[in-house]
Design a protein around this ligand. Structure first.
Ligand code: ZN
Ligand code: ZN
Ligand code: ZN
Length: 536
């Protein structure tokens, strides 16, 4: 062995030794119980909090990142996709996951976790279990992960010549096995779509295989029932009024005879919402991780806001307009549809094109009829109907004729799905009225419309806007400052430590100041990766 090789060997042995020593030191000096936020810390999306207690490691939420922050939309999106493809802890070291609700910024990284070797249980409420299954399937299909894709060459030729979308596989499902002339692509779904310049559809059967494996690990626990995800930890779901099944999580930990209560708020709902059953005031805790989307804002909502919305829709229809409502598939579509059922007299055809939105519609109607989960407030169950009557498919001549109609599409920000494919057809028409009913990223088509632009730019194309545009903020399912104070009304202001999460930097600062003004002594903004020691 040469001198150099010997030296290299000694250096690498020393390095391995030092790393092991450092690991051992970290292990013995590790606090007994701690919480570290790796997502929704200093930002809205990517909710993920690690609870380390003795030898157990648990996640509260395991969500995707959205393209927030600064920079161009393309850059923000690629950053979000990269962050959504990573986990802060090795998946096999995670013993359990507790999910607060079925939105993707809270559950979107579950497929990644399971794929990387998670063997524990995922605890959810019955409502979340029902809603998360289709959401997980959607997350699996449009995952930002790199995959080995397989498609049929025969089908590719068909797709190139006609309008058929090409189904692409990644899990060797029964349909994939039957392909005789296989084509391959390695990369993300978006990369493949850009490269092939075709409309692609990630295989539903491949997605079902993955979804079913994930759903097998789910353990359903009703609200208020205590469960023990790991030794020494007792947890309980508390209704928080955000979307059906959504919950805050109350965790009780005893260490050396001392007990501490930790409350993760999840996404908090309003005190009064047209659909949801009201949130329950949070039980007293020592630590609260509080969602802060609305910062210090108090929504000014007229008591007849929902009725006014329905009237405005009717006005547009009376003028012969097509009312186009781009909305998120889960909960927002249903909330707006229920508003029209409750306060409107809709006599024109209504179309809901998204299969995912239609599936949730069906779940909401089943709940309205059967009252199985208790998702809604009393007024919903006693309303004469859940939704106005509607159809799933647009007739072929819908946009050729100039007849009034209501059209729901996804996505809500008009940056993907059917919403995008209608930009060119509907925005240039003066007999179209767009109703924006959710948050709009400023760079998306919805965001540009909200700003009053006369032209919308999206993915290299320009769309002139002659449609009327209305924007409504009150459909939001998030608590404002007043709702947050109501939810915190049982906390001891001098004692409770509040960590603000799930908000943009400005909102987090505002909420911190407002809570401090209201007498809360210990309010901090969660920092990504900062360990908060509960027991030393
Ligand atoms: Zn949410
Ligand atoms: Zn959220
Ligand atoms: Zn397949």
């Amino acid at each position: 062995m040469s001198k150099l090789a010997k030296r290299l060997l000694i250096a690498s042995i020393a390095l391995v030794g030092l790393v092991s020593l450092w690991r051992f030191y970290r292990h013995v000096t590790r606090p007994a119980v701690s919480v570290t936020s790796y997502g929704a810390a200093g930002q809205v999306s990517g909710s993920l909090h690690v609870l380390q207690a003795g030898s157990s490691t648990g996640f509260i939420d395991c969500g995707n990142f959205y393209p927030e922050g600064s920079g161009s939309y393309a850059r923000r999106l690629s950053r979000a996709n990269r962050m959504s493809s990573e986990l802060p802890v090795s998946a096999s070291a995670v013993d359990y996951v507790i999910l607060t609700h079925a939105h993707l910024d809270h559950i979107g990284r579950i497929p990644l976790l399971v794929k990387k070797g998670f063997k524990g249980r995922i605890y959810v409420t019955p409502g979340t279990a029902r809603l998360m299954s289709p959401m997980i399937k959607s997350a699996v299909r449009y995952s930002p992960l790199k995959r080995k894709w397989v498609y049929s060459h025969n089908r590719l030729e068909n797709s190139r010549s006609g309008k058929r979308t090409l189904v692409v596989h990644w899990n060797n499902c029964r349909y994939c096995k039957r392909i005789t002339r296989k084509g391959h692509f390695r990369g993300t779904f978006n990369e493949m779509e850009d490269k092939m310049n075709l409309r692609l559809s990630p295989c539903r059967v491949c997605a079902n295989m993955e979804r079913d494996k994930i759903m097998e690990t789910v353990k359903i626990v009703p609200f208020g029932k205590k469960f023990h995800p790991a030794p020494g930890i007792t947890a309980e779901f508390v209704p928080n009024g955000h979307i059906p099944g959504s919950a805050a999580v109350l965790i009780t930990i005893t260490h050396n005879g001392q007990t501490k209560k930790l409350l993760f708020s999840g996404d908090t709902g309003k005190e009064h919402d047209i659909l949801q059953r009201p949130a329950v005031v949070f039980p007293p805790a020592d630590y609260v991780w509080l969602e802060s989307t609305y910062g210090g804002t108090v929504r000014r909502q007229a008591p007849d806001a929902y009725a006014r919305f329905a009237r405005q829709v009717e006005n547009e229809l009376a003028q012969g307009h097509v009312v186009w409502i781009p909305a998120f598939a889960l909960d927002r579509t249903q909330k707006v549809m229920h508003t029209l059922a409750r306060y409107g007299h809709i006599e024109v055809p209504m179309y809901v094109t998204s299969p995912l939105a239609n599936l949730f519609n069906r779940y909401y109607i089943q709940e309205y009829r059967g009252r199985k989960y208790g998702w809604f407030n009393e007024k919903v169950y006693t309303a004469p109907r859940m939704f106005p009557s509607y159809a799933h498919h647009l007739p072929k001549d819908t946009f050729k004729t100039h007849r009034p109609a209501i059209l729901f599409t996804t996505s809500g920000m008009m940056d993907s799905g059917m919403s995008v494919s209608l930009l060119g057809k509907l925005l240039p028409r003066s007999d179209v009225s767009v109703f924006l009913v959710g948050y709009q990223d400023p760079d998306t088509p919805g965001g540009q419309l909200k700003k009053g632009k006369h032209k919308v730019y999206w993915k290299g194309k320009t769309y002139p806007v002659r449609a009327r545009v209305y924007s409504y903020g009150f459909f939001s399912a998030h608590a404002d400052m007043k709702d947050a104070l109501y939810l915190l009304s049982r906390q001891n202001k001098k004692h409770v430590h509040i960590y603000l999460i799930h908000g943009d930097p400005e909102s987090l600062k505002e909420r911190k100041n407002k809570l401090t003004d209201k007498g809360f002594r210990h309010v901090s903004i969660s920092r990504k990766g900062k360990e908060i020691i509960i027991f030393n």
